[in-house]
Each structure stands twice: as C-alpha cells, then as structure tokens.
Design a protein around this ligand. Structure first.
Ligand SMILES: Nc1ncnc2c1ncn2[C@@H]1O[C@H](COP(=O)(O)OP(=O)(O)OP(=O)(O)O)[C@@H](O)[C@H]1O
Length: 593
C-alpha cells in the first residue's frame, strides 16, 4: 500500500514537472546542444594532450604539435562556450519553472474556501508556495547541470578510452559501472533523510509563524519559556536531520575521493604494463587518467544532486496536492450574467430561501433553514449571540461558501450560477477583522475601485468618519503597515469602511464593523451611511442593539436559525431572544452610567 502510494506520488510529481517544463521545449533543446558542446570540448582536451605527449616522445614534429595545440584551444573554447551557455539557459529555464510553480500554487489557493485552506494550514501553504518551489527550482537546475550530462560524459569518455586502447577501455568501463552501483546504493540509503527534511521545515514554519503572530499573547501570559521549548524542539529536530544529511555528504565525498585514487592507481598500474608491452603509448595514460577523473567528478556531482531529487519530488507532490484540490466553490460552466440595470428602491437584491449551510468539516448545520430578503434602499441587520452564524451569512453572500440546502439568489439569479468575480464585483464588504495591506492609505482605499479619484477617496473617508486622515502629515499618502497595525482598531475599522464605500455596489455588507467605535461615532457613521447608500441594499452584522436599532428589518439568529424577523419595536414585542439581548445590553449600559 505504502509502495503504491509512493509510486502514485512519484507519478503525480513527474506529471507536474513535465507540465511545468513542457512550455519551454525550445529552451530545453538549446540546453541539450550546449551541453553536448561542453562535454565534447571537455573530453577532447585530454585526447589532444595525450596526442601531444606521444608526438613529443616519438617524433618531436613541431607542426603536428602546433596542430594538436590549436585543436586543444578550439576544444577549450567550444567546451567553455558550451558550459557558459548551458548554465545561463538552465538558470533561465529553472527560474521560469519556479515562477510558474509559485504562481500555480498561489492561484489555486486563491480559489480555496476556508475549509479548503484549513485542510492544508497557513504555514504549510506558505512553505508550499515559497520554499517547496525553491527546492524544485534549485534541484531542477542541479539535475540539468549535474545529473543529465552523466550518461553522455560516461559514454563519450568510455568510447574515447576504447579508441585509445581496448583493454584500458574495458578497465574504465568496469570501474565506471562499479562506481555507479556504489553511488546508487548510497543514494538509496540516504534519500529518505532528505525527504524528511521538508516536513521539518514545514513544522518550523508553522510554529514560528504562530509564535511571531501571537508574541503579545505569549508575553502577556508569561509563556516565553514554554514557547521557547516548543520551538527549540522543532529547531532541534531539523538540526538533527541536517547533521545526518551532512554526515551522508561527508561519507559519500570521502568514498568517492578514495575511489578516484584507486582508479588512478589502477590505470597507472595496468597502463604501465600496456606501455611496457608496446601496446599503448605513454601519453595515452594521461588521457585515460583524465577520462576517469572526469567520470568520477561527474558521478560525484550527480550523487550530490540525486540526493536532492527525492526531496524535490516530495515538494512537487505537495504542490500537486494543492493543485489537484477541487475548490469547494467553483464557477458554473456557463455562468449567467447579472442584470446590468440598477433596480428601484425596495427591489430585492438578494434572498435567502430556506437556506442551510453545513461546513464540509462539521457534523451539524451552521445555518439552518434561513429565509429573508435584502432590498435596495433598506438596511437589514443581523444580531445574535457569538457563534450563532452571523458572519457565515456574509460568507454565503460573497460565495466563500455555498448553501448546502435551499437557495440564495442575487438579483434573481442563483449565486451558484453567477461567476464569483461578477457576484463579488456587485458587493462591497467590510470584514469582521479590518485587514489593511502594506502600502499607502490611498492604495488601500483603491482596492474598492482602482480608478477612484482623490476627491472620491476623501468623500468616502468623510462618510466613514475617518477625517483623522486629514490631520496626518502625509494624508492619503500615509504609509500603512502590514495588517494596518500602525493604526488603532477603531481607525482600521473606519479605513476598512471607507475602502468599502469607494466601491459602487448593489449590496454593502458590514460584518461587525462598528464594534471598535464609540457610541457617538457609531451613530454619526450610520447616519452618514443611510444617506450615502440609498441606492443599494445594506446588511449590518452587529452585536450591539444600539447599532441596528433603526434598521428596516432585523434578523435574529440563534444557533444558526432565524428566531425573529422584524423592526426593533416588533421584535421587542414578539421575540424573546431579541428582548433578552436588548435587556442585557441596556442593563450593561445602565451599569456603566
Ligand atoms: N470553515 C469552518 N468550518 C467549520 N465550522 C466553521 C467554519 N467557519 C465557521 N465555523 C463555525 O460556524 C459557527 C458560526 O460562526 P460565525 O463566524 O458565523 O459566528 P458569528 O455569529 O459571526 O460569531 P461572532 O459574533 O463571534 O463573530 C461557529 O461555531 C464556527 O465555529
């Protein structure tokens, strides 16, 4: 079974490699030609050298010596030209293959739903996109430069040895085969250690990422020692394995050097006999030693490169696993176009009709049989206890997940039939965690609309009550750190709201987007929004009753089910869950007064 799985992953990774390399057939052909020139040039030099020695010993014919010298120079030029070209073209090819692999894995991850992403984990996805692709790129380069030329070099060298002297040809062939067998055994023994290395890198990445992201929590809970121990264990695993790898290299290196000396001695020994018997000329010994040394050198380099291959294959298999994951959410084969015409106030923009959702990794429905509509010019609010499924409603609207029963329509079309790009272009979304990207404030706001004018950006900031940007020395050009960490929680929320407002959408979704604002800013902002978004439907997910008090309709969620639907007054009169939430919050407010 394990063998079957190994064969399957080997096939998968080879298929992926072929698909990555196949667009560059011309480049591959050019590398092949350049490598032959390199080989021929390199092996032709000792041939000429031996001929020169033989001429010098036998006839001292100057013109013959000059001829061999010129041929040697030409061989050196062809050889080095071939080598430089091979390295240049191979580096180009591998850089392109690495880039393509990174893009493929990244593109695939963009189509993932939350559950798809969770099945790999963030740390592993980063390793797969960066480090794994790097290993593949480097190993491919090493393979082209160090493994692929070996059969060619061995064949040419043995053929040249045979042409020099048949007996010495057999000696070299026997020695070459013996060294190949030894190398193959060494590789088979050490390959699993290399494969394990990548798993350790994954572990280090995941733990380090968690530790760096949660550094404040670690400090606050005084868990530095515990974290250090956890990371120390991970680093230690990696170091132990890396040491084993180095031992393998040291052993194989010394064995190969020992073999080099043995081969040299064998050639001298047998060659001297052959020269003594006048079966071979003295100069030929130097050529034969050179051929043998070249074969050994190539085999040694190939051995080093081959040891990296299982690790690269493991990386390719891991990339293939990402690429072969069928995203939970896919576009319909022939998506329906949404109506380009903007409807009238009161028209339905989206409707949940007995919709349920069960996450693929969950045993129960997170949302169960929910029905309500979002209408143009109206504000719908969702309230409910934590974990009741409020954010999941937003995930369905944006098609981060699909309903597992019932339906969700947008502008009358089932969202599963609308392309994700078109659907999302009609919705503007403020996520629960106001994430900002590194860059400037203007760049962040233009995520909403790349062509928005500066005036439009300022207007959105004003509506979002983010006029603090005017007081910043660089205004819209102010730098934003990754995640927006150089702004306070409330400032981040207002910038995220402004970003959403920059987009002209049919539906605006605010997922708990006012929670970090004080009551006064919350009220002013909602008032400004009401005037601004009269053309669209608005969905506000909130925890505070005061935030949604004035909504046209309020959906009350409890454990994923709609237990109330109406205005604040209607719900206060007829929905015990809503009344309980409102009462608990007003008690809380009284307590604060
Ligand atoms: N990808 C997922 N796989 C499995 N369960 C999930 C997934 N995403 C969310 N859930 C579960 O769905 C439930 C509802 O989550 P949701 O984020 O919608 O709640 P919420 O009402 O918005 O909560 P809060 O007010 O705390 O933000 C939770 O129990 C959560 O654990």
């Amino acid at each position: 079974m394990a063998q079957k799985n190994r064969d399957y992953s080997k096939r998968t990774s080879m298929r992926l490699l072929l698909s990555l390399v196949s667009p560059y057939k011309a480049l591959l052909a050019a590398i092949f030609v350049a490598a032959i020139c390199d080989m021929m040039g390199m092996l032709f030099i000792p041939t000429q050298l031996s001929a020169m020695v033989n001429v010098a010993v036998n006839s001292r014919d100057m013109s013959a010596l000059m001829g061999h010298g010129v041929a040697m120079l030409a061989a050196a030029l062809v050889g080095s030209g071939g080598y430089i070209t091979t390295v240049f073209l191979a580096s180009k090819l591998c850089a392109k293959v690495g880039r393509d692999l990174r893009m493929k894995v990244y593109d695939a991850s963009l189509a993932f739903s939350g559950s798809d992403f969770n099945s790999f984990g963030t740390g592993s996805m980063i390793t797969r996109t960066l480090s794994d692709a790097n290993v593949v790129q480097q190993t491919l380069l090493m393979s082209i430069l160090m493994i692929f030329p070996v059969p060619l070099a061995c064949a040419i060298a043995v053929a040249l040895a045979f042409s020099t002297d048949a007996v010495m040809g057999w000696v070299l062939l026997a020695v070459t085969l013996a060294v190949i067998v030894i190398c193959a055994l060494a590789v088979a023994k050490s390959a699993p250690i290399f494969t394990r290395l990548q798993g350790f890198i994954d572990n280090m990445n995941t733990r380090l990422r968690e530790s760096i992201t949660g550094v404040r929590v670690i400090r606050a809970f005084g868990k530095e020692g515990h974290e250090r121990a956890r990371l120390g264990e991970t680093f230690n695993d990696f170091a132990t394995n890396a040491i084993r790898v180095n031992i393998v290299f040291a052993l194989t290196d010394s064995i190969t050097f020992f073999l080099m000396n043995v081969v040299e001695a064998a050639i001298m020994w047998v060659g001297a006999d052959r020269v003594g018997a006048h079966a071979m000329q003295i100069g030929s010994i130097s050529a034969l030693v050179e051929y043998a040394m070249l074969i050994m050198m190539f085999l040694m380099m190939a051995q080093f490169a081959i040891l990296q291959v299982p690790r690269a294959l493991a990386c390719l298999t891991r990339a293939a696993a990402v690429l072969s994951t069928e995203p939970e959410i896919e576009n319909a084969e022939t998506p329906v176009q949404l109506c380009a015409h903007r409807g009238e106030p009161g028209d339905e923009v989206a409707r949940f009709d007995h919709a349920s959702l069960r996450f693929s990794d969950a045993d129960e429905d997170t949302l169960h049989d929910i029905s309500f509509a979002l209408r143009r010019g109206q504000t719908t609010a969702i309230i409910g206890n934590t974990g009741s499924g409020k954010s999941t409603v937003a995930k369905l609207l944006l098609r981060f997940n699909d309903v597992t029963a019932g339906s969700l329509t947008f502008e009358g079309a089932d969202v599963r039939k609308v392309s994700q790009e078109e659907l999302r272009s009609r919705i503007s979304y403020v996520p629960q965690k106001a994430w900002l990207f590194s860059g400037t404030i203007a760049e962040n706001l233009r995520h909403g609309d790349a062509d928005a004018s500066t005036g439009h950006l300022w207007h959105a900031l004003e509506v979002a009550q983010a006029s603090f940007v005017r007081e910043l020395p660089d205004g819209l050009g102010t730098r934003v750190a990754q995640g927006g960490t150089n702004f306070s929680g409330g400032q981040r929320q207002r910038l995220a709201i402004a970003r959403a407002l920059v987009r002209d959408a049919d539906l605006y979704v605010f997922d708990d987007s006012f929670s970090a604002l004080d009551y006064k800013t919350d009220a002013t902002l909602r008032h400004a929004l009401a005037g601004e978004l009269s053309h669209a439907a608005t969905l506000i997910i909130a925890q505070r009753v005061s935030t949604i008090h004035d909504a046209d309709q309020i959906v009350v969620l409890k454990d994923g089910e709609v237990v109330g639907l109406g205005t604040h007054d209607e719900l206060m009169a007829g929905c015990p869950t809503y009344r309980a939430i409102a009462d608990s919050q007003s008690r809380g407010e009284d307590a604060h007064v």
